[in-house]
Design a protein around this ligand. Structure first.
Ligand SMILES: [Zn+2]
Length: 371
């Protein structure tokens, strides 16, 4: 009997792949001065960890010795992610829910189930005088970033999506990559310039004196995962620059969406190391957002995921050693609720179990903006 139990335990544990994080990264402790206060919200920063379920966040937390910046956020909710036509959503429908407040079909971006155009957050707020921006570690035509500027029935329509980028109301866009634009015509970069964007490729060369509009079309190296060479300064540096840039652009306020895209890609690959490293990298961008919010006092920060990827389960680990182990039940997405962390004035509006479309509605309500 004892032998049989030991055998079962051994075969169960063998499914978990271990990862030991070699170092701990610093976390930011917010002041909590305006956290949950019933006061004016001027700016909103929405940070999307693509595919970041509770297990992904837990893995990064434990690999970092038991601490993360997002774990210090005190207003916590859970988000339902189902799309209009599927129990398990994709990033296109989930991104559209956050960007427009409407559920749509998997694969659709910025249009409803009948294919009709839905106004998105950047369009609505730009029309009210807010400065808006989009930052991602993904291709700029990826589902999550493009949900905030495009209106296309299929996420695979890259050519049409990039044409919509030329018409975006966002003043700051950052994503990859140069190759994407080369593949669909170099003239597109010229078209972005013709729309008033200062186009650059190296995030370390973002100009000290802010131009009118910026399109950072990142170099190919910064389109990869951190473990494959993306600079660990990329996401946090671009986020910090975008916050300062947008803050200068409008007295009314700003909206910035920041996506940590590669958490999802690592989880699709069943790669626990990639999940941990990408979630830790994303947490640095969260720290930048909270730091800005503390310096400003009228900024609402929301950290969430669009869906869970991989059906990640965690096995044995050791926080002191930074050791975790993970098992992925699927190579796709899963239907489980995803965590939401909020900070700043009106952060309490986002607690509870809410539909993904409610996030959009509650952001506009916190800003006191009517559609
Ligand atoms: Zn995915």
């Amino acid at each position: 009997m004892l032998v049989a139990s030991a055998f079962v335990a051994l075969s169960a544990s063998a499914q978990f792949t271990p990862y030991v994080s070699p170092a701990r990264q610093a976390v930011y402790t917010p002041t909590y001065r305006t956290d949950g206060a019933d006061r004016k919200v001027k700016n909103v920063i929405l940070l999307v960890g693509d595919g970041m379920g509770l297990a992904h966040m837990t893995a990064a937390l434990h690999a970092n010795g038991g601490d993360l910046t997002m774990a210090r956020m005190r207003h916590i909710g859970l988000v339902r992610t189902q799309s209009a036509n599927r129990y398990i959503t994709d990033s296109a429908a989930a991104g559209t829910a956050y960007a427009t407040g409407c559920k749509t079909r998997n694969g659709s971006l910025g249009v409803d189930t009948a294919g009709c155009r839905l106004p998105n957050m950047t369009e609505i707020l730009s029309g009210k005088g807010y400065a808006t921006g989009i930052v991602t570690t993904d291709k700029i035509s990826g589902a999550t970033p493009s949900a905030f500027y495009t209106h296309q029935p299929q996420r695979s329509m890259t050519r049409e999506i990039l044409s919509d980028l030329l018409r975006t109301r966002a003043l700051f866009v950052a994503g990859s990559s140069v190759s994407l634009f080369n593949a669909t015509g170099e003239e597109r970069l010229d078209s972005l310039r013709a729309q008033g964007f200062t186009v650059l490729h190296d995030f370390t060369a973002l100009p000290a004196r802010a131009p009118e509009k910026v399109a950072l079309i990142a170099c190919d190296r910064d389109a990869t995962q951190v473990k494959d060479g993306r600079d660990t300064a990329y996401l946090r540096s671009v986020t910090r620059y975008a916050l300062s840039f947008l803050d200068q652009k409008s007295k009314k306020g700003f909206f910035l969406m920041v996506e940590g895209a590669e958490i999802d890609h690592a989880a699709h690959n069943g790669d626990i190391e990639g999940v941990v490293r990408e979630t830790l990298d994303f947490d640095k961008a969260v720290a930048e957002a909270l730091r800005f919010a503390d310096s400003n006092g009228e900024t609402l920060v929301i950290v969430l995921a669009d869906h869970e990827t991989g059906g990640l389960a965690l096995g044995d680990g050791d926080m002191a050693q930074g050791k975790v182990s993970g098992h992925f039940a699927t190579g796709g997405h899963s239907p489980v609720l995803v965590p939401l962390y909020a900070y700043g004035p009106h952060a309490g509006d986002f607690c509870g179990v809410i539909e993904n479309t409610e996030v959009f509605a509650r952001i506009l309500s916190a800003l006191n903006v009517k559609r």
